[in-house]
Design a protein around this ligand. Structure first.
Ligand SMILES: Nc1ncnc2c1ncn2[C@@H]1O[C@H](COP(=O)(O)OP(=O)(O)O)[C@@H](O)[C@H]1O
Ligand SMILES: [Mg+2]
Length: 297
């Protein structure tokens, strides 16, 4: 039967998943995966450009802000992979480290987090100056860039610690380190950076806004559909589905992905093999349950 199916709605690399049993197809649907779309493609390209830029006296930095569930951590991980690909290609490769800021980052815990990411303690910061040991290590490893998640946590400490943390960020992005920083956080992260004139000049701020009715959202839905092992096209970009998804999810990526993946599971369980509006409506209220599997094997 599969020979008669037209699977052009599925990415070539994912087509063979359609042949799996229902239970395995549903597992594949729920696996986390990266789906590209124009907005994140642009941010990934900007991050690559920063990484490959010759070192500067004052490093250029990016802050990517967006509400919880918009896809910041997923994007950070994807950028980390992109930079790893560049590193492997070049003989004189530079390197980067990625870490998430602790929920209440005093300067000590900030230093420890970087030490953990590097695998070596970095020594103490004194009077806003980073230790010589850290400078030497960064130089030896050709460290060029830091990826920092949850930057808004900078503000979760008292005023004095906040000032020390901001001074540390300034020191990291100034000579002799001159590291580029790509940071991610909710709106508070923007306030933190804007509260410091030097950092504000160094950081270019980008927004990951909630999804709206536009080509970018339709492109994301089409690409996402391309990863789902359903036998027939769902055409998630259709107006009524776009309207439903936007109103049911507040335009948050996390919610959109949950609704589509649950909808896809319902499409299999109900034997429809395409996500219609009823599958999406059901997905909002009822997580797909697997009673049908009891007698399957
Ligand atoms: N580009 C993407 N492709 C596929 N799924 C994504 C993408 N971005 C976000 N998601 C989904 O949204 C969920 C929340 O994303 P996350 O990166 O944790 O958001 P944030 O860090 O902004 O809170 C992820 O677990 C993933 O399922
Ligand atoms: Mg996150």
């Amino acid at each position: 039967m599969e020979a008669d199916l037209n699977l052009e709605h599925i990415l070539p690399a994912r087509r063979s998943l359609v042949l799996l049993k229902d239970k395995q197809r549903i597992s594949a649907i729920y696996e986390d995966r990266w789906v590209n779309h124009p907005q994140v493609a642009l941010l990934r390209a900007t991050a690559r450009a920063l990484y490959e830029m010759p070192p500067r006296i004052q490093a250029q930095c990016m802050l990517i802000s967006g509400r919880a569930g918009m896809g910041k951590t997923s994007l950070l991980k994807k950028i980390e992979l992109d930079l790893e690909v560049i590193r492997k290609r070049n003989a004189e490769a530079c390197s980067c480290i990625a870490f998430s800021l602790a929920p209440d980052p005093t300067l000590n815990s900030f230093e420890d987090t970087i030490g953990e990411a590097l695998g070596v303690p970095i020594g103490k910061i004194r009077n806003g100056l980073v230790s010589q040991a850290f400078c030497r290590l960064a130089h030896l490893r050709n460290l060029r860039l830091l990826l920092i998640d949850e930057l808004h946590n900078l503000l979760n400490v008292g005023r004095i610690d906040q000032r020390k943390n901001l001074a540390f960020l300034r020191a990291l992005s100034s000579p002799p380190m001159s590291l580029s920083i790509i940071a991610f956080g909710v709106d508070d992260a923007v306030h933190a950076i804007k509260s410091d004139a030097q950092l504000e000049r160094r950081f270019q701020i980008y927004d990951l806004p909630p999804w709206k009715q536009n080509d970018s959202f339709r492109a994301f839905l089409t690409s996402y559909e391309g990863t789902l092992p359903l036998r027939y096209p769902s055409e998630l970009w259709q107006q009524e589905k776009v309207n439903f998804l936007l109103s049911a999810t507040d335009g948050m990526t996390d919610n959109v992905v949950k609704c589509i993946t649950r909808g896809a599971a319902w499409a299999i369980l109900d034997g429809k093999e395409r996500i219609d509006l009823a599958c999406l409506e059901k997905a909002i209220d009822i997580p797909p349950y697997h009673h049908r599997f009891d007698d399957e094997e």
